[in-house]
Design a protein around this ligand. Structure first.
Ligand SMILES: Nc1ncnc2c1ncn2[C@@H]1O[C@H](COP(=O)(O)OP(=O)(O)OP(=O)(O)O)[C@@H](O)[C@H]1O
Length: 596
């Protein structure tokens, strides 16, 4: 239990360091030209802003004293010109920065997405998908604000601060000191509140991610939610999480409000001190009214700049937190890595083997496979059977190398799967999951998922082989019919046949099939059976079998128990052995038998 607080401390330290923001620099490099133009515009616009008090001071001291109307007109026109130029400069700068920020954020989002989709399935069992989507949206939105507003605001306010102080010092060094007397208080407040804000903001972002994850889960499990009539429970759960978001956000708002109150008061107290001290000198005749007004303007600029910088400090802390989380995700190394120099696979024959494989899902978890050896010759159909939790799905997911084995060897055509390129290995293996989920899109797009360049004829041929063509043809838009999110607009049997058609189009040498446990109506069942029958022709097949017809068809049945191979042989041989298989047969298969 000592590790957790240490982790938390490390996390806090890591978030406090601005290093994560530095990682944005390489992304900005391609936009250097645009950023340079924006920076020049920003400096010039700030300069124009700084000229304004000078002109007003001049106006008061010369035009008014001399009662010169012409001079007033000229000064007003000059001011208009200054503001017009400033307007144009602001436009260019805001436009360039926003466009760059949009591009950079989109690029980073894409990079993060590209990184996440190639991480091993194990990563997604540890992290909730809703949390990841929240990182992609909320944290990147913070970084976008950083790029298009906060950085330019920081530069602008720094220019106002430095420019203001320099110009003040030229006018009256003593009054400058009075103005700056309050600065240490503001800086101290910024540091204290900034830290608190960063922590509070991380809390808010984490709570938002949790609430998003929960909603995401409820939507994806909507049938379960509704069939158990748990809608109000889910609403309460979501409400409770939103309550936490509100509590955390209100705490952050309280901090921000206190900060603004304190900093506002201190800054204007400084301005008041300047007014009081300067006013006395105007009365004494050692300072002109124009110089005092000019001075007050600069004092306002400085106060506003210090205040803005202080609040920007808080925003930067939030952005550091967001960048930290984003780059931490980007740095997650895939557990299953592409070999440095993959062996070329050539034409795949389809010999599949596990030799002495021991496997566990995590270093602290118990072994779920113990010294498993299993061989399938090219074209052979091997059925895996065993009680629930025996390790069948685990074996099936080791072949496409979704996980690596700590002991033993998994091979394709005699080559260790760890030595092959993931693209070639996975290209050689077709997987039909137990409950195939399709992508929202059309039937054609779903079948062509394995080969997006496939022609309609190829898609139809695959659908025919999978006995899906007949039902697709009867749909209102045929192959262009949208299937709905995850294929919800199709029946279970239709989804299965589309998933089988997809594998036909891929035409792999090895098929890994997790047979559906849920029973379909007999017509649908017959069609799926027929489709599978065709799919297995000439391919090495590993089937997680749940049906008697499947085990009968298999060349070999491998019986697993608690992660060990306990029996192996044909259906008839195993029945004759009267061991675990015979027992399973009595209990599992007989009732599942379907009329063919
Ligand atoms: N992602 C995972 N993380 C940790 N343990 C897991 C994970 N997936 C499966 N297990 C564990 O591994 C063991 C084998 O599971 P597996 O899914 O391979 O069994 P199975 O024989 O396919 O079961 P079923 O027929 O019910 O699908 C089980 O004890 C299970 O709890």
């Amino acid at each position: 239990m000592t590790a957790a607080p240490a982790d938390a401390r490390a996390r806090k330290r890591r978030l406090a360091s601005p290093k994560p923001l530095g990682k944005l620099l390489p992304l900005l490099r391609p936009h250097a030209g645009r950023l340079a133009v924006a920076a020049v515009c920003l400096v010039l616009a700030a300069g124009a802003g700084l000229v304004f008090p000078k002109i007003v001071g001049w106006l008061l001291d010369s035009a008014f004293m001399l009662r010169d109307r012409g001079r007033l007109d000229r000064i007003a026109l000059a001011l208009l010109a200054v503001f017009a130029v400033q307007g144009v400069l602001n436009f260019v700068q805001v436009y360039l920065l926003s466009a760059t920020a949009e591009r950079v954020t989109a690029r980073l989002r894409e990079e993060l997405f590209a990184h996440l989709v190639q991480l091993s399935p194990g990563f997604f069992t540890e992290r909730r998908t809703g949390e990841l989507t929240s990182r992609l949206s909320a944290d990147l939105a913070l970084l976008q604000s950083l790029l298009n507003t906060w950085i330019s605001e920081l530069a602008r306010q720094l220019l106002f601060l430095v420019g203001g102080v320099v110009l003040l010092t030229f006018t009256d060094p003593h009054l400058t000191l009075t103005t700056l007397a309050v600065a240490p208080v503001i800086v101290a407040a910024a540091i204290v509140f900034g830290r608190m804000l960063r922590r509070a903001s991380t809390g808010v972002q984490d709570r938002v991610a949790e609430a998003t994850a929960m909603a995401d889960e409820a939507f994806s499990q909507i049938r379960t939610v509704q069939s158990f009539v748990r809608e109000s429970h889910e609403v309460r759960r979501y409400g409770a999480l939103l309550g936490e978001v509100v509590t955390a956000a209100v705490a952050r708002a309280r901090m921000r409000a206190t900060f603004f109150g304190v900093v506002g008061f201190v800054a204007f107290a400084g301005v008041t001190a300047v007014l009081w001290e300067g006013g006395q000198r105007v009365l004494a005749g050692t300072l002109t009214a124009g110089a005092l007004v000019q001075f007050l303007f600069y004092a306002f600029f400085i106060a506003a700049a210090v205040g803005s910088l202080a609040s920007l400090f808080g925003h930067f802390q939030e952005a550091i937190g967001a960048a930290g989380r984003v780059f931490e995700l980007l740095a997650t190394a895939p557990v299953v890595a592409e070999p440095a120099a993959p062996l070329p696979l050539g034409r795949v024959r389809g010999a599949v083997a596990l030799d002495g494989v021991t496997f566990r899902y995590g270093p602290t978890l118990p072994d779920v496979l113990h010294d498993v050896s299993l061989h399938a010759a090219p074209g052979e159909v091997v059925a895996l059977v065993g009680r629930s939790g025996a390790g069948k799905t685990t074996i099936a997911s080791l072949l496409p190398r979704f996980w690596d084995v700590p002991a033993g060897r998994v091979s394709l055509d005699g080559e260790d799967v760890r030595t092959l390129s993931l693209t070639e290995l996975r290209g050689a293996i077709g997987v039909v999951p137990q409950e195939p989920a399709l992508f929202s899109g059309t039937i054609r797009e779903n079948i062509a998922y394995a080969r997006p360049d496939a022609s309609l004829d190829d898609v139809i041929a695959a659908a025919r082989a999978a006995h899906a063509h007949e039902f697709v043809e009867r749909l209102p838009n045929g192959y262009d019919t949208p299937v709905g999110e995850r294929g919800v607009k199709l029946s279970g049997g239709q989804r299965q046949r589309v998933a089988i058609a997809r594998v036909f189009l891929k035409d792999p040498a090895v098929v890994v099939l997790d047979e559906a446990t849920s029973s379909l109506d007999s017509e649908s069942e017959r069609l799926v059976e027929a489709a599978l029958e065709e799919l297995l022709q000439g391919r090495t097949t590993i089937i997680i079998a749940h049906r008697l017809s499947t085990v009968r068809r298999a060349d070999r049945v491998v019986v697993l128990d608690h992660g060990r191979v306990v029996e192996s042989g044909s259906h008839a041989e195993l029945l004759a052995q009267d061991g675990l298989y015979a027992k399973l047969y009595q209990g599992q298969f007989r009732e599942d038998e379907v009329p063919v």
